[in-house]
Design a binder for this molecule. Structure first.
Ligand SMILES: Cc1cc2nc3c(=O)[nH]c(=O)nc-3n(C[C@H](O)[C@H](O)[C@H](O)COP(=O)(O)OP(=O)(O)OC[C@H]3O[C@@H](n4cnc5c(N)ncnc54)[C@H](O)[C@@H]3O)c2cc1C
Length: 499
């Protein structure tokens, strides 16, 4: 149980009185020239007054603090109400209610937003994490799942049928949040981005003057919205309540982990990895994680043997004297096996995302070496994921808003510090870690190009093109069509196109 201070709670609720709803001016007035949409409801039509339904948690309820807190405890927010939807109609009601009461809203699934943007002071959080349905057509290899599954639940459910879609590596991350922003992991070079595997969705969008409506999105219906959800769907257009994926057969994987003590081999290991891993057999996905006192290499070879995985990575493994372990197993079991329980992770995190199109020169690797030697904690790390010639180079049928198809690799410096359970504690390491991330990412600027919306960079100039390249203008048009009044807005949300 996390105990939010009474002072903060009072501050959050004082402005409104517990349960009060009048928040004039929190939402913008609308975009002239964009008359509603093609969803069949005139823009002037009003809905009957909505009532909140589902599991509702308000500030005076005993579970409020836990219900509000996200994975990254650096960010503590005090929402007016949290609605845990039990069915799509609860989401429709919540969005309508938010519009009718002019209350700021945020959408939440796995709570791993790295800037706390899935929560909001004095607003409504519409949380889909209890929508846990799973339907798998094993013959057609099509899976439709509730938007509340986390990645471990999705990998496990599909793994039971020897099927897989791409997900990120951390099981507790929401499948929704990861997929809607792109989603990469060990299977990216084999199966493309998570969003490339997405072939449909149910999404609740604003409708009429003050209402909401669930629409089905696929390659034939609202295909422009499907395109946008494939890489730009996080809290921008509506609330996704279910996701439909085309899954691939995957019987087993070989999982390799290599550990080099210290950072003495960093130049050689990193250079060998960046010249090999992005161009290797597409079944091979790899990550490098550099800590203060060790270098870790992780590899997953889809439908491959331990010997094959070791042979493919031999040029890297032959450097220095790494400790190497390899095992084979079902993807669901291997994936579950490398999870770290959230309670064992630091409370606070700060990341900076970046893509790279050319190999890092020696100077860039030296920058990593210097910063990692001076990292604020052992949990802090420099993380990379190989892209290169893999399946993610090909857009799916219907296209995708995710743009970074020609990246050699993704990377991010990440600082992790503090003890869980005491959010907003004023940890002395907080300013040190924040400064370290800012300086580290600045020092790498000459060598990187583009950023990842799922790991947002606060304060970045031209974040719009850094996340979506030339797709940004089209995204604004899709936004104007489905959310012309800009109901879904946050610090780096997509504004509707002006006419
Ligand atoms: C420890 C850790 C490891 C990670 N590893 C990877 C990785 O390997 N690969 C990778 O690609 N990414 C990775 N990420 C980034 C991750 O993909 C994002 O943090 C993701 O957005 C989290 O989604 P969520 O549902 O858990 O978070 P939330 O905080 O619930 O939501 C994140 C964003 O998505 C929006 N959103 C959530 N659900 C919906 C919905 N149903 N409809 C519309 N919008 C919605 C929210 O409004 C918010 O903007 C990692 C993050 C963390 C913290």
């Amino acid at each position: 149980m996390h105990d939010l201070s009474r002072r903060k709670l009072l501050k959050a609720t004082a402005a409104v009185g517990a349960g009060a709803v009048a928040f004039p001016g929190l939402l913008s007035g609308g975009t002239p020239g964009f008359a509603a949409d093609d969803l069949g409801w005139p823009s002037s039509e009003k809905c009957p007054p909505a009532t909140l339904t589902g599991r509702i948690v308000r500030p005076q309820d005993p579970g409020y603090a836990n219900a509000s807190l996200g994975w990254d405890e650096l960010f503590v927010r005090y929402p007016l109400v949290i609605v845990f939807a039990q069915e799509t109609q609860d989401v429709v009601n919540a969005l309508t209610w938010a519009r009718q009461h002019n209350v700021a809203l945020r959408v939440r699934s796995g709570r791993h937003s790295l800037e706390g943007w899935s929560n909001v002071d004095n607003g409504i959080v519409i949380d889909v994490s209890e929508l846990k349905s799973v339907q798998i057509d094993t013959t057609a290899r099509i899976a439709t799942v509730g938007a509340g599954l986390n990645q471990l639940e999705a990998v496990t459910a599909l793994g039971e049928h020897d099927l897989a879609v791409t997900t990120g590596t951390e099981g507790s991350v929401g499948l929704s949040g990861a997929t809607l922003g792109g989603g990469f992991g060990f299977l990216t070079r084999y199966l493309g981005m998570a969003c490339d595997n997405l072939i449909g969705a149910e999404i609740v969008v604003p409708w009429g003057a003050d209402g909401a409506k669930a629409v089905q999105v696929d390659l034939k219906n609202h295909s422009d919205l499907l395109w946008a959800l494939r890489g730009a769907g996080n809290g921008n257009f509506g609330i996704v309540t279910s996701l439909t994926y085309r899954a691939a057969p995957l019987r087993s994987v070989a999982y390799l982990q290599a550990t080099w003590p210290g950072l003495d081999d960093l130049q050689e290991v990193f250079d060998a990895w960046q010249r090999l891993a992005p161009f290797a057999d597409n079944r091979l996905g790899t990550q490098v994680e550099i800590h203060k006192s060790q270098i870790l290499l992780f590899g997953v070879l889809a439908d491959g043997s331990e010997a094959e995985a070791t042979a493919l990575l031999a040029p890297v493994l032959s450097i220095g004297d790494p400790e190497v372990t390899v095992q084979t197993g079902g993807w669901g079991d291997i994936y579950a096996g490398f999870q770290i329980p959230t309670e064992d992770e630091p409370a606070n995190w700060k990341f900076f995302s970046q893509f790279t199109r050319r190999p890092f020169p020696k100077e860039a690797i030296s920058v990593i070496h210097t910063f990692m030697q001076n990292a604020p904690s052992e949990d802090s790390n420099f993380f990379t994921q190989a892209f290169g010639t893999g399946a993610q180079t090909r857009e799916p049928l219907g296209g995708a808003a995710f743009p970074h198809r020609d990246a050699l690799f993704y990377s991010e410096p990440g600082a992790g510090w503090g003890t869980r359970g005491v959010p907003d504690s004023g940890d002395a390491l907080t300013p040190v870690a924040q400064a370290w991330i800012a300086e580290f990412s600045q020092a790498l600027r000459p060598y990187v190009d583009g950023a990842y919306v799922n790991v947002p960079n606060v304060g970045m100039a031209e974040w719009e093109t850094a996340y979506w390249g030339s797709h940004f203008d089209r995204l604004r048009k899709v936004k104007a069509k489905y959310d012309p009044h800009n109901v879904f807005q946050y610090e780096q949300s997509i504004p509707p196109a002006a006419c």
